[in-house]
Design a protein around this ligand. Structure first.
Ligand code: PMP
Length: 385
């Protein structure tokens, strides 16, 4: 005889979870196109909610994937060391492959850093209104979060990272072991000048790791963005993260990487899964890196469309946060939840900002001219409904 099942009770399961995990509020991703189609029975949906490349992946990537699908290698594990991709990334940046670590998205690397450096009795520092994953990474490790106040709403870099306040915070909190800086930041689009970042690095004690998250680096005006790669020599505690999800248009395949001191790369390799990038992702990322024309084309489209979308939004007397990324964060001067809903009903998905403490704002990814037009056409009735 088998014993009867015990009464169904989740409580002991929750009680036994680590306190840090219980504090986590699960990340809310942008709504997938399929879901909105299903929910509202809409055929034609535009998604401008997750900062993806509206031009998609390079045709070279598509060809590479088609060839890979017909190869005999599907049964084999991927190259767990990512040898070829790391070599190519190293060549692209003029950096030794021992300084490159691959992740399943750059999100993977952010979590690895917190697994290595954060934990009970230690603190993770990041800005208010910074990318949500930094808080999650700290909480999962049961580390404290030191949330640095951002620039106020009337500052020219409204809601942006205040690196002087970071440096001040570090002096107050010797338990900080890991600092996250997003440059440009998501969800604000704001950025820090190269001199500000360098000035901050010079004040950071050598045992404190600084993760410089450059997911949107390529979208920045070259005159405004830092080239942090040479700084790696001078600051062994600096880790730069980049992604293939944005400008390279392969968010679906999940590839990101870190550039760091070889010792940090070694530690990152210890905590990652042995095969954290699948074979398709590795091949696609190589092909994406090879097609710099696609990158240039994607940058040009974004620069042009970001400027024109910003103008059209300002004509509507809306607040637009300064952005050097592939999205604009728009303030409506009142709770924007109903505007978000109104846009959904008209087949346009953007990102509400309530979970970031900015309920009056919506974040919209810069799309093609046609997509942006769809957004603006839906926005006017959604605002007045
Ligand atoms: N950093 C920032 C600032 C981001 O906005 C994102 C994606 N939204 C990521 C990292 C992670 O992207 P991925 O894991 O796709 O590389």
């Amino acid at each position: 005889m088998t014993a009867p099942n015990p009464p169904f009770d989740f409580d002991p399961l929750t009680r036994n979870a680590l306190p840090g995990v219980l504090r986590i509020q699960a990340y809310t991703p942008g709504m997938p196109i399929d879901e909105l189609q299903r929910r509202l029975g809409l055929a034609d949906v535009v998604k401008l909610a997750s900062n993806e490349n509206p031009l998609g992946a390079s045709p070279r990537v598509q060809q590479t994937l088609a060839n890979a699908a017909h190869s005999d290698n599907l049964a084999l594990y991927p190259d767990g060391s990512g040898f070829r991709l790391k070599r190519k990334i190293g060549e692209y940046h003029g950096i030794a492959p021992e300084r490159v670590t691959l992740g399943n998205g750059s999100n993977d690397l952010l979590e690895f850093l917190s697994r290595i450096y954060a934990g009970p009795g230690r603190a993770v520092m990041y800005s208010d209104f910074a990318f949500a994953v930094y808080a999650l990474a700290a909480q999962a490790q049961n580390a404290d979060s030191v949330v640095v106040p951002a620039y106020p709403a009337d500052h020219p870099m409204a809601y942006g990272h205040d690196l002087e306040a970071f440096a001040h915070g570090l002096r107050q909190r010797p338990d900080v072991s890991l600092v996250f800086i997003a440059n440009p930041n998501n969800p604000t689009g704001t950025w820090n000048a190269p001199q500000e970042i360098l000035g901050f690095l010079e004040q950071v004690p050598p045992h404190v790791i600084v993760a410089l998250d450059e997911a949107y680096w390529d979208y920045q005006d070259p005159a405004l963005r830092p080239d942090a790669r040479p700084w790696l020599e001078r600051f062994p505690n600096l880790v730069i993260t980049r992604t293939f999800s944005k400008i390279y248009g392969i968010a679906s395949l999940r590839v990101g990487y870190a550039l760091s001191h070889p010792t940090v790369a070694d530690l990152l390799n210890r905590v990652r899964q042995p095969f954290n990038n699948n074979s398709f992702a590795l091949l696609a990322a190589e092909a994406a890196l090879d097609d710099q024309d696609h990158v240039r084309h994607s940058i040009a489209l974004n620069t042009q469309q970001r400027a024109s979308l910003e103008t059209r939004l300002r004509e509507r007397r809306l607040t637009v946060l300064p952005s050097q990324a592939n999205f604009l964060t728009v303030g409506f001067g009142r709770d924007a939840r109903d505007i978000h809903q109104g846009l959904l009903e008209r087949g346009v998905i953007v990102r509400p900002m309530g979970s970031y403490g900015l309920p009056e704002f919506l974040r919209v990814t810069v799309g093609t001219a046609e997509q942006n037009e769809r957004f603006l056409d839906a926005l006017d009735p959604a605002r007045s409904a």
